[in-house]
Write a protein that binds this ligand. Structure first.
Ligand code: ACO
Length: 363
């Protein structure tokens, strides 16, 4: 067992989700995530993640009303969004704007209402910036639409096809929560100091954007674009592995078998995109990569992770590459906030490091 990178180290007890990396299982509060993604909406699963149960129809109405009410942004946030430089990435914008919400209304201890407020606002922030950058009219959130539907509506200025909404909603459910991943851990560390929820989420966003974590899907698209054709895949991947390049969308700290989310997302992408050249290339490239990883790294159990087909699903619903990680953040906000609320009854997180530097002369 090694503590480097905190591998195999348990840092908290949690009742929110269970990840079995050997068996490829993901459970949210006693339910299989893959089943929830087929049978329930993002809002229903958010209710499960936060409160521990799926909502009754009456509870759902009450819960949804709270969500809708929190979608609008304060005026000063619009002013900030208007002045941020055009070359700032969407993740940098989100992190800045979430931070700018400040502590007022989000004081410690974190509450479910605070969690709903941050989750409801994030798609509005993304859509506002998206249109502002393109010099287009801002599309305001609609009160009659569910989370994923409203998100696509705000981005496109019109309602998306039901199949697109369903696909995005399933993606959102499959990525809503995932144990003690790096961004959740970052948020939970901040929460364990009894700091406010906005500070925790700002930290989580910073961790998510890294290419080894939530920043991977745009790099998957870049890799597939560089490969270009099925005929070029083997040559490209072999060359990349020989140069020691990490292949985005493969490998995982916990999963030593196939990531169940990758399987579910591949199905969703296939249902939605059908006979699409890009998806065909992705499926072919996956086969090539898995075969060559066995050849080049025979002792490592490297499999396809959630990010490989996340890119395919988001592309199929019409999202641009700069929205991939922000969209991931919009779903994971639920998991992050649930962990921050749970952390209220946990101990301060304060691990140790091993000093490998020089020592002064003996006193
Ligand atoms: N391609 C090629 N080699 C890989 C890959 C990969 N995708 N992933 C791991 N390896 C190799 C490493 O080079 C290393 O090999 P070595 O021992 O011969 O040097 C070995 O596997 C172990 O790598 P670590 O970085 O120690 O493994 P760790 O568990 O820390 O990494 C990680 C997990 C960061 C996800 C890694 O697999 C990776 O970089 N993948 C690509 C990025 C990616 O897809 N990230 C998204 C993950 S899912 C998510 O966070 C939502």
């Amino acid at each position: 067992m090694t503590a480097i990178g905190l591998q195999d180290i348990v840092v908290a007890d949690t009742a929110i989700s269970y990840v079995n990396g050997e068996k490829g299982q993901l459970v949210y509060r006693g339910h299989w995530a893959k089943d929830l993604a087929v049978h329930h909406t993002f809002e229903e699963v958010a209710h499960l993640i936060w409160y521990g149960s799926l909502p009754s129809p009456e509870k759902f109405v009450e819960f949804q009303a709270k969500f809708v009410k929190e979608r609008e942004l304060p005026d000063y946030i619009h002013s900030i969004l208007n002045v941020l430089p055009a070359d700032m990435t969407m993740m940098d914008v989100i992190r800045t704007v979430i931070s700018a919400l400040g502590t007022s209304g989000y004081e410690y201890p974190p509450t479910f209402d605070q969690a709903i407020s941050l989750t409801a606002k994030l798609p509005t922030i993304i859509a506002y910036r998206y249109h502002r950058l393109r010099g287009r009219e801002i599309v305001k959130p609609r009160k009659d639409l569910l989370y994923s539907e409203n998100y696509l509506y705000m981005l496109n200025g019109e309602c998306a096809l039901p199949a697109q909404v369903r696909a995005l909603d399933s993606y959102m459910v499959l990525t809503i929560e995932h144990g003690m991943n790096s961004s959740t851990f970052a948020g939970r560390v901040v929460a364990s100091t009894h700091s406010d929820l906005v500070s925790s989420i700002t930290a989580a966003l910073g961790a998510l954007k890294g290419p080894l974590h939530g920043g991977a899907p745009a790099q998957v698209t870049a890799m597939l674009e560089a490969i270009g054709t099925k005929e070029n895949a083997e040559h490209w991947v072999r060359n990349a592995l020989e140069q020691g390049t990490r292949l985005m969308g493969f490998g995982h700290r916990i999963y030593k078998t196939v990531d169940p989310r990758a399987v579910a997302l591949r199905d969703i992408a296939q249902q939605l995109a059908g006979d699409d050249y890009w998806l065909d290339l992705a499926i072919h490239t996956e086969d090539v990569i898995l075969r060559l990883l066995k050849e080049y790294k025979p002792n490592l159990k490297l499999n396809t992770n959630v990010e490989f087909y996340s890119a395919a699903v988001m592309k199929a619903v019409g999202l641009d590459g700069d929205l991939f990680t922000p969209t991931f953040a919009a779903s994971r906000m639920v998991g992050w906030t649930a962990h921050c609320i749970e952390a209220v009854s946990s101990r301060l997180i304060y691990p140790e490091s091993r000093y490998i530097g020089d020592m002064p002369a003996v006193e």
